[in-house]
Design a protein around this ligand. Sequence first.
Ligand SMILES: Cc1cc2nc3c(=O)[nH]c(=O)nc-3n(C[C@H](O)[C@H](O)[C@H](O)COP(=O)(O)OP(=O)(O)OC[C@H]3O[C@@H](n4cnc5c(N)ncnc54)[C@H](O)[C@@H]3O)c2cc1C
Length: 271
Amino acid sequence: MAKSLTVKVLDKGFVRLVDVMGDDRRIAQAARVSYGGGTKTVREDAALIDYLMRHRHTSPFEMVEFTFHVKAPIFVTRQWFRHRTASVNEISARYSVLKDEFYEPGPAELRAQSSTNKQVGEGSLPEDAAREAAAQIGEVYREVYATYEKLLELGVARELARSVLPVGIYTEFYWKQDLHNLLHFLKLRLDHHAQEEIRAYARAVAGFVQKQVPLVWRSFEEHVLEAVTLSAGERDAAAELLDRQEFAEKLRQAGLSKSRVREALEKVFGR
Ligand SMILES: Cc1cc2nc3c(=O)[nH]c(=O)nc-3n(C[C@H](O)[C@H](O)[C@H](O)COP(=O)(O)OP(=O)(O)OC[C@H]3O[C@@H](n4cnc5c(N)ncnc54)[C@H](O)[C@@H]3O)c2cc1C
């Protein structure tokens, strides 16, 4: 396994880049088919990619594809596999005996249940509780794996014996995804609302994407990842408070091109 293409995640998992098809240029070339244009400079490619990202002209981004080999706990893959547009192939626990590998968070990684949001964990547990919880997790994993082995020894089929295994056990899969849908995955799974464990995998995937398509990444950060959507009411309130000329001047000072200033003014004040 090429080390530089593998990023360790959690205690025993990883994300490994298996293959990539295409780069920033491929996207620009595909987009130019629409207009019959030929090869251009990197600067022109950057401007075109930025335009495509801003205007949600998404199909050129589908021309780039990534394949990853991932090792993750089943509770992470359940969230991951909700992204339906990828091609996936996972290890078969009917065919193979699953390894004795479980996600074992240390006391410091055990988040407390949030008191304000039913879906999330936040903050840490008192030291004693964290130590005891970590020990309990390890204990139950060992017991359950011993039962799994016992069932196999008794001749129970692998496809049934696995039913005693918990969602903390590691699984492996290949994941092939085009860049457009991969960016959608990253927008959702890098977000602070997503569970920390899948965010850790999303960060590893993002590192590979950033290296492979740096121009796309820059525009994705600007227009999608770090961007927010205002509701109509929020936009109207902002428009009432802002002075159109001053706002335009601020945008020019921030280095935005003429067309981007025009687009921003349209967003806030309408046509
Ligand atoms: C923070 C967070 C919390 C979540 N909590 C829950 C939860 O409690 N319970 C739960 O069940 N799920 C939950 N989910 C999963 C979530 O509802 C989505 O299923 C998941 O994020 C995949 O999103 P998607 O459908 O946009 O992506 P993909 O499946 O990758 O699809 C990409 C896009 O393709 C289109 N598309 C794909 N398939 C179809 C289709 N069949 N019909 C129409 N359009 C399609 C849609 O435009 C979609 O946005 C949660 C997700 C997040 C990020």
